[in-house]
Design a binder for this molecule. Sequence first.
Ligand code: FMN
Length: 340
Amino acid sequence: MNGLFSPYALKDMVMKNRIVMAPMCMYMAEAGMADDWHLAHYASRAAGGAGLIVFEATAVSPEGRISDYDLGLWRDEQVPGLRRIVDAIHREGAMAGIQLGHAGRKSEVSDSEPVSCSALRFNEEGALPMELDYPGIHRIIGDFGHAAARAHAAGFDYVELHGAHGYLINQFLSPLVNQRTDGYGGQFENRARFLLETIREVRLHWPKEKPLAVRISAEEYDGAGNHTVDMAAILNLVKSEGLDIVHVSSGGVVPGVVETWPGYQIRFAENIRLETELPVIGGGLITSPQQAEDIVRSGRADLVFLGRELLRNPFWPLLSARSIKADVAWPEPYERAKPF
Ligand SMILES: Cc1cc2nc3c(=O)[nH]c(=O)nc-3n(C[C@H](O)[C@H](O)[C@H](O)COP(=O)(O)O)c2cc1C
């Protein structure tokens, strides 16, 4: 029976356990470059025992950043700083992943105008985005491909496209945002086209032996928005382009307050898994090792993500093993600290 601390293999990526550090923007980069701060941040979570560390949303172009301080992969010069961190993560026995994204209308960078599928603001304070024309769409799809090639050069084991939380891919997918009447809007097949062509392009640059994921908002918390069943249909349309796993989140497409509780998104993950037959990463407000173990053992998700709990405690994986009676190896220099 698979548990939280049983290994997991997906193509060439072999994880020592089922714990994923969720991508979390830290807004600590200058000119998109990773530095010592990022090394300490990510390597310590790897030393703490997570199986897969997914780097924060990393912009495929300067205009695609959420803020001026996002990580980026739009220039070759950004590769060595990331490579150093990937190597440190590998030394700790963890796998390294990166989330590639474009903020679209949610971009707040200081020297450029945001773009989106349609000229609609996120909220009253949000800037009015410029509607992308076909050359603009194709340029961004190309940027995703080049960023994926750089992610490979940096040694990453896993790439995840940020298709959740109301960023550009999600803007195209959502009927709440996408009001186009051309080939990229309207019926769900057209709204899925930007994602489909992005996956196709990324696959030209990202080795077929390495897993490709997409993070989705499986529920948009609006009657007229996408629900799990719609997202499953979209995934079923695009998956044959080379999608290996789905990272299931929710919300962020339109403003609104969402009721949450530990594991509130697991039902979405479970349904996406059933309806697409793809493996899934599920989570949200998870802090209890028993709950994480139950999610994996019951087969509701293949992998469990943790975000804020790993910011609070990088050693959550190592310390959790004991409470669910799993015996895991500690990093050699720390062995004398292992609880007995
Ligand atoms: C500081 C912070 C930054 C985040 N940045 C990202 C991000 O870059 N990409 C993303 O998909 N989700 C992002 N998220 C959402 C997390 O990945 C995760 O889904 C969310 O925090 C819920 O999980 P948790 O309750 O375990 O923290 C962020 C969350 C936090 C707290």
